[in-house]
Design a protein around this ligand. Structure first.
Ligand code: HPA
Length: 251
């Protein structure tokens, strides 16, 4: 019971599942995990991109599956939206399940004119206004950074298919609905290219646990122009992002 309450589970010790928010048993999660925010995205990816997918968790309807991509084991785990939510899942994946490689797949809002709807974005780093890193670092300013190895692999994969990703710093914000609608302009002025809500925590935790992490995003909307993608456009861009993410996961 102590381990259930504290999350200090050890492989095999609890017999059944190993962590509080993910109901997988030891060995059920692959070393490489894709991380969509939307749990139904996890289901869609498992059913459409993986062979022989098996669901290992549905706690709180946050779904996780393991299957095969080109014969190699890959998992796909929903994270929910925002830093507090992804923090829970990624902590458990790294601490309890020994995940070595975590790749966020998601959408982001462009904050620059030259970053267009449907563009593929690789998050080299992630600035943040998050309370999480304020708490963690006590006012110091940490620089959450992607794994260079994964970033290079994703870049090479995309370029080899004739796609030209945008690479740069994202902003992982705690707020979707900000008090000041022009809040994003300061980040844009300092070179950030898009807004989302999770990468900074993923990169910070990967550094802490000495694992590899990358965020691969498609641009779903633009704060510059106010435009947003249609469902059909999102699907095409999504397929491109998935190919890059899966090739990077198994590289
Ligand atoms: N803000 C924050 N996160 C997002 C956005 C946005 O405009 N678009 C997609 N994810």
């Amino acid at each position: 019971m102590y381990y259930i309450l504290t999350g200090l589970h050890r492989p095999g010790e609890k017999g059944d599942t190993m962590s509080i928010h993910i109901a997988a048993k030891a060995g059920e999660i692959a070393e490489a995990v894709l991380l969509p925010g939307d749990p139904l995205r996890a289901k869609f990816v498992a059913e459409n991109f993986l062979d022989n997918p098996v669901k290992y968790t549905d706690v709180r309807n946050i779904l996780g599956y393991t299957g095969l991509y080109k014969g190699k084991r890959v998992s796909v785990q929903g994270t929910g939206m925002g830093i507090p939510s992804i923090s829970i899942y990624v902590n458990e994946l790294f601490r309890e399940y020994g995940v070595k490689r975590a790749i966020r797949i998601g959408t982001a809002g462009s904050i620059r004119e030259d970053v267009h709807l449907r563009d593929l974005v690789l998050a080299m780093s992630a600035c943040t206004d998050s309370g999480a890193n304020n708490i963690r670092f006590g006012g110091r300013s940490y620089a959450p950074t992607a794994s260079f190895n994964l970033l290079k692999t994703a870049w090479d994969t995309a370029v080899s298919k004739g796609w030209q990703p945008k690479v740069g710093s994202l902003v992982s914000s705690d707020m979707f609905y900000t008090e000041d609608p022009n809040d994003w302009k300061l980040w844009a002025k300092f070179g950030c290219i898009a807004l989302e809500m999770e990468c900074a925590e993923l990169y910070t935790l990967a550094a802490k646990y000495n694992r590899e992490a990358l965020g691969i995003m498609t641009i779903s909307d633009s704060l510059v122009s106010g435009e947003a993608t249609s469902a059909e456009e999102r699907q095409t861009a999504f397929t491109r992002m998935m190919e890059v993410a899966l090739e990077t996961a198994i590289s």
